[in-house]
Design a protein around this ligand. Structure first.
Ligand code: URA
Length: 203
């Protein structure tokens, strides 16, 4: 419960954040939602218009797809996970977050990870994957495997907005990545295709 309180304290602190210029244009800070003791943390890019108005990550079209894939591939709804973004305030016109915005917002995500201590982190798209894996490589090259991430494993996948844009193959790859996360979480009774033995050995 200590983590729950600390996360709520951090959310209160973030609600008044003026560390970067995004503060001037936001309706509210979109800190993150879900179970503060979740085994699965999902990290997106930045809030869009719907999230800025509602105060919760992934409530627009991307979020609807994400919710559907969570149910269909992991058998869970979002309340069993924690969902956050790299940047907690909406960039104007939904432009990409800038390096200086990511840099000043980063301690919030780092603290969320420290407090939640997830077993698996799924990064959605280039921004979250590059930031947490400390790499310049793009998501197309990064995805398809898991990586060590402190005491956790990190599974990079496409952003659901890319899946909405590109359709079939990208959605299929997201599904495969979520199945990978499910195995790492121990939530699957099925053996993982192509993996001999219970443990993923890469990284
Ligand atoms: N896209 C994101 O990356 N995060 C959200 O919360 C919504 C859309």
């Amino acid at each position: 419960m200590a983590e729950t309180t600390e996360l709520a304290d951090l959310a209160r602190e973030a609600a008044g954040c003026t560390r970067c210029a995004l503060a001037a244009g936001r309706t509210q800070v979109v800190f993150g939602t879900g179970d503060p003791e979740a085994d699965l943390l999902l990290v997106g890019e930045a809030p869009g218009r719907d999230e800025d108005l509602c105060g919760e990550p992934f409530v627009g079209r991307s979020g609807k797809l994400l919710d559907r894939l969570l149910v269909e591939e992991l058998g869970v709804d979002r309340r069993r996970c924690y969902i956050a973004n790299v940047v907690k305030c909406r960039p104007p016109g939904n432009r990409d977050p800038r390096p200086e915005e990511i840099a000043v917002c980063r301690p919030y995500l780092a603290a969320q990870i420290d407090l939640i201590q997830p077993a698996v982190v799924v990064t959605l798209g280039n921004f979250a994957s590059r930031l947490l894996l400390q790499t310049d490589q793009g998501i197309t090259r990064l995805r398809g495997r898991s990586y060590p991430f402190g005491h956790a494993r990190l599974v990079p996948t496409f952003h659901p907005a890319a899946a909405l844009r590109s359709g079939g193959e990208v959605v299929a790859q997201m599904r495969a990545d979520l199945v990978r996360a499910k195995h790492l979480l121990g939530w699957s009774s099925e053996p993982e295709a192509g993996v001999v033995g219970p443990v993923e050995v890469d990284g």
